[in-house]
Design a protein around this ligand. Structure first.
Ligand code: TRP
Length: 327
């Protein structure tokens, strides 16, 4: 049986190398394995559950689509589309909302975390995982490659699928999260916490950073919060990054050996790492520049993705309408 994958990201600004290693690189590998029918979407409706600038949204959606393609998602192998273009998804969201008890949503970690940050919590933030379930189930995806933080949402998707199937007859698969082993990429300035855009420019490397910027950021990465006899979290993070970015494993093991021996100069580690990151990002940046220069090409790819996605989504939706007695 051919499995179906669906995943997505919110268009909330520049991607960084943590997003690349944690998600996109895996998506591309899964797509290229030939074992899946794959859907990758830009979750613009989900982006609206938090403060956003409507003037910036179109650019951000475009930019994320370019990132998907530049990193290797291929419209000949995957369906790449914008969530809000498929109106059946928010429609299915409503039907699912009538099935799921509030208590299930109140348990969601991501909601609890976000709710504690905001004074006014909008209902969309609360019902966010229902829409996510609609995203997944409308394509009958059974495999959802996501990070640890989204596992609970996939579990909720399973609960929703089960409830729907019980109430209206077998319709949806019960999808599984696919956690591919990925390095946890930490902040360059506060290596005890995850790399994140919210911690300021210097803590992350954007996929679009120029070589000189990358060198500068890596050079100023924190290495010195040394714990006796152990690699400090900052140094450990640089090694994690080096392992992920170098295609020559010997470069990594040699530096690691000298670190263990106590002879490593952090400057050498940093210089090597910066060059390896630059080397990996160069073709991605070139592809990005190319796509930016040909907006009609991007529009065409997204239009074709929308059309392909809509076909599947509307078929599922007709099935749901019939089963739930909607006229
Ligand atoms: N909630 C996901 C995130 O924040 C993005 C997302 C939206 C998603 N819909 C999805 C991921 C469906 C997987 C499947 O990362």
């Amino acid at each position: 049986m051919i499995h179906t994958i669906l995943s997505g990201m919110r268009p909330s600004g520049d991607l960084h190398i943590g997003n690349y290693l944690g998600a996109l690189k895996n998506w591309v590998a899964l797509q290229n394995s030939g074992q899946y029918r794959s859907y990758f979407m830009i979750a613009d409706l989900h982006a609206m559950s938090e403060k956003f600038d409507p003037r910036k949204l179109p650019e951000r959606v475009k930019s994320l689509a370019i990132d998907y393609l530049a990193c290797g998602l291929d419209p000949d192998k995957s369906t790449i589309f914008i969530q809000s273009h498929i109106w059946e998804q928010p429609y299915l969201n409503w039907i699912f909302a009538t099935l799921i008890p509030i208590a299930e949503l109140e348990r969601m970690h991501q909601f609890k975390e976000k709710a504690s940050e905001y004074q006014h919590i909008n209902a969309g933030l609360f019902t966010y995982p229902i829409l996510q379930a609609a995203d997944i189930l409308i394509y009958k995806a059974d495999t959802v490659p996501v990070g640890e933080d989204q596992v609970q949402h996939v579990e909720l998707t399973r609960v929703i699928a089960k409830k729907f199937n019980n109430a209206f007859g077998m319709t949806f698969p019960e999808p599984q999260a696919l956690l591919t082993p990925t390095p946890r990429v930490m902040s360059l300035t506060e290596p005890a916490s995850k790399m994140s855009k919210s911690k300021g420019e210097k803590n992350y490397i954007a996929l679009s950073d120029e070589p000189e910027t990358i060198r500068k950021k890596i050079r100023s990465a924190v290495t010195d919060t040394q714990i006796k006899g152990e690699m400090s979290p900052g140094v450990k993070n640089l090694f994690t990054l080096l392992e992920a970015f170098t295609s020559n494993r010997k470069i990594y093991t040699d530096l690691l050996t000298s670190c263990t021996a106590g002879t490593l100069k952090y400057q050498d580690l940093k210089e090597t790492l910066a060059e390896e990151i630059i080397k990996t990002l160069a073709p991605i940046q070139e592809k990005r520049a190319n796509l930016e220069a040909h907006p009609e090409q991007l529009a065409e790819i997204l239009a074709a993705g929308t059309e392909a996605a809509r076909k599947v989504a509307s078929a599922t939706f007709q099935e749901v309408r019939a089963k739930t007695g909607l006229q």
